[in-house]
Design a protein around this ligand. Structure first.
Ligand SMILES: Cc1cc2nc3c(=O)[nH]c(=O)nc-3n(C[C@H](O)[C@H](O)[C@H](O)COP(=O)(O)O)c2cc1C
Length: 147
């Protein structure tokens, strides 16, 4: 099973969730590749190389996608992601009316491309607390179907 953890994070909160996913995968002795977009190149066509993708996005602007994920979002439409299992996570801020909607948009787009988005969307209000990290691990369990 090939696993990727791919995410964008401007101020580090989404990265903290990604770090929890990485720790958990390490504990389970699972191999994975990590992409912090845009420092690491990761395009829509890279998704097809993985069976499982943990994909992280914060929400920006007025319920917008992060700028660095916009091309990927557009190009997912052209990929066939049938059979891919995806878990979505990201930091948001409940101060904003459009709370974490980037994740809803990615869910819709990944499903359009044939992928299965599994478990709850892990929307975290700013930096993750212990409860958020528990929910993150529960999402990973569901996506991997390991527990
Ligand atoms: C200019 C600006 C606009 C934002 N707009 C939203 C928004 O519409 N909805 C939301 O849930 N969060 C919004 N946020 C909050 C970010 O998603 C939040 O700060 C998050 O923790 C950033 O994640 P990161 O640390 O991984 O970069 C906004 C933040 C900024 C600075």
């Amino acid at each position: 099973m090939k696993i990727a953890v791919a995410y964008a994070s401007m101020t580090g909160n989404t990265e903290s969730i990604a770090d929890e996913i990485k720790s958990y995968l390490d504990e389970e002795n699972l191999d994975y590749s990590v992409f912090h977009i845009p420092s690491d190149d990761f395009y829509a066509f890279d998704l097809v190389n993985y069976d499982v993708i943990f994909f992280g996005s914060y929400t920006y602007g007025d319920g917008d996608l992060p700028f660095e994920l916009m091309d990927l979002y557009d190009e997912v439409e052209d990929e066939d992601l049938t059979g891919k299992r995806i878990g979505l996570f990201g930091s948001c801020d409940s101060f904003y009316p459009l709370y974490g909607v980037a994740l809803d948009q990615f869910k819709e787009r990944f499903e359009f491309a044939g992928a299965t988005v599994i478990g709850e969307l892990v929307k975290v209000d700013l930096d993750p607390d212990d409860k958020d990290l528990e929910l993150t691990r529960a999402m990973v369990d569901e996506v991997l179907a390991i527990k």
